[in-house]
Design a binder for this molecule. Structure first.
Ligand code: BG6
Length: 500
């Protein structure tokens, strides 16, 4: 890793910075992963001094955990600086450039610009940085990290990519998708390609269907204003869940590097079967949560949330059935569902294998008795395989048993948070777990017709569902053979899963 670097955070007084970026950097510092000469420079409009900013994001930051010693905080705080700046004022970028050189005091200015700002500022900041030469790599590399959403639809995504590429080249742009930083998401790829037992079965000959669920128990919280202009399809499916899908379904990469892996993901997105108007009607379900009393709590309906239009038709739930038209997956149905205000927070990938051609034994009908492999992304991260074994005693009766692995069992291994892992990758110049522009566009190409149909055809229903349920019941009929896996079936009273 390059040994002198400076990380400039735009949006330095915002929520993401305090909640994710600073804690991620603090952990990297504690674990000795930061480069030898490293500095953080917060940039936003508020007029903090270095000291005041350190107090805010380090000493008073409740997200740094109670375990941090004063010494750890002091060491980290020394790396933190602040520069008040108006992102729209060209002159402020000259001051910023001078400040970077002053802090860095090295031959090379290796800079990461982290744009933790509203997306409407990406092209403004990008253009101003380029305006003062902060995109130029003659004296050290320059990298730009941007947060989703990367566009609002295909047209705006193309436009954003084009504008960014006017100022930075693709190798300099790191599009962060925090799902890719989750250990269990990466593990899907490793489980597939590091073992000889899964990949031979990983195709249409042996797999009956694939389900991906990302359920959240929270509502829109304080983000009603943003969410109402977005909805579940843009907020979760276009990015996180399609990225997760690509890990499940892509072809083996030629090598484990950013170029090869991202090429395979692009191919996968290009193989998604475009949805016809008829598919959108019958294979996509959207819903919006309503008020309900759940576990003794009175929960607001979506339209009553702060910042949400009282007649909003924004979906807080989306479920899709779709196909991947390639050699491996032809005719295998894939299902994705995500929603807010569901009974619990759980994300998982469920692979359903086909039944044996002949059923020799008397098999208990659990989950249709076929083999199921579950990758639990969160919580209780782990992997579960369900298969049939003999019930002790006379005869040959079969029951479904579980074989599982839980990350918690690796007590000697530190599992980094997604942001921590991803920022470190960017420092190392490894973009493997970042989304490439062409695949972001390809993902939008798949999602765009659905958004367009929802917007232009009011006869497509938006179903209500009571908070604390698994979404509109219409999504149950998307799956022809069987049901969505219900991860709550095995929830104990105190909310702990006995099965993953
Ligand atoms: C964000 C979405 O990208 O991901 C949020 O904007 C969502 O609406 C969040 O709650 C989910 O992330 P995680 O890591 O909690 O599953």
């Amino acid at each position: 890793m390059t040994e002198n670097q400076i990380l400039i955070i735009f949006g330095a007084s915002g929520d993401l910075t305090a909640r994710k970026l600073i804690p991620g950097l603090f952990n990297l510092c504690k674990r000795g992963y930061l480069p030898e000469k490293f500095a953080i420079l917060g940039v936003s409009r508020t007029d903090y001094t270095d000291e005041a900013y350190r107090k805010k994001v380090v000493y008073d930051n409740q997200h740094l955990g109670d375990q941090s010693s004063k010494e750890d905080l002091d060491i980290f705080a020394r790396l933190v600086h602040y520069q008040p700046s108006d992102t729209k004022d060209a002159d402020d970028y000259k001051t910023l450039k001078a400040r970077i050189s002053e802090i860095n005091s090295a031959e090379d200015d290796n800079c990461i610009f982290y744009l933790s700002t509203p997306p409407s500022l990406y092209e403004v900041i990008g253009a101003h940085l380029a305006g003062v030469g902060l995109n130029n790599e003659e004296n050290g590399w320059k990298r730009l990290i941007i947060e989703k959403p990367f566009g609002y639809d295909l047209g705006s995504a193309l436009d954003l990519n084009k504008k960014l590429l006017d100022c930075f080249n693709e190798q300099q742009i790191y599009r962060i998708d925090h799902y890719l930083g989750k250990e269990t998401v990466q593990n899907v790829m490793v489980a597939r390609f590091a073992n000889s037992i899964f990949e031979p079965l990983w195709n249409r000959n042996y797999i009956q269907r694939v389900e991906i669920t990302a359920a959240e128990s929270v509502g829109v919280e304080k983000r009603g204003g943003y969410y109402d202009g977005s909805g579940a399809l843009r907020d979760m499916v276009q990015n996180h869940l399609l990225q997760l899908l690509s890990m499940v379904a892509m072809e083996p990469p030629v090598k484990v590097d950013a170029h090869s892996i991202r090429n395979e993901k692009l191919k996968l997105f290009q193989s998604l079967r475009p949805m016809t108007p008829e598919d959108i009607r019958s294979n996509v379900v959207r819903g919006q949560y309503g008020a309900a009393s759940y576990k003794g709590e009175q929960l607001l309906g979506y339209r009553e949330e702060e910042g949400v239009d009282q007649s909003s038709r924004t979906e807080t739930y989306a479920a899709l059935k779709f196909y991947i038209d390639n050699w491996r997956w032809a005719d295998v149905p894939f299902y994705i569902r995500t929603g807010k205000r569901m009974p619990t927070r759980v994300s998982e990938v469920v692979i359903h294998f086909k039944d044996n051609h002949i059923q020799l034994f008397n098999q208990e009908r659990i989950d249709n008795s076929h083999n199921v492999l579950v990758f639990r992304i969160q919580p209780n991260e782990g992997v579960l395989l369900k298969f049939g074994l003999k019930i002790p005693g006379s005869g040959f009766n079969v029951q479904t048993v579980n074989m599982d692995f839980l990350y918690n069992d690796l007590t000697d291994k530190y599992v980094p948070e997604a942001y921590e892992r991803l920022i470190l990758d960017c420092m190392r110049g490894d973009a493997t777990l970042y989304a490439r522009g062409d695949s972001v566009e390809a993902a939008w190409k798949f999602i765009d017709p659905i958004l367009e149909a929802w917007k232009s055809d009011p006869s497509i229903p938006l179903y209500g569902y009571p908070s604390g349920t698994w979404g509109p019941e219409q999504s149950d009929s998307l799956i022809e053979k069987g049901d969505w896996r219900n991860p709550c079936k095995n929830l104990t009273d105190d909310g702990i899963y006995c099965e993953l």
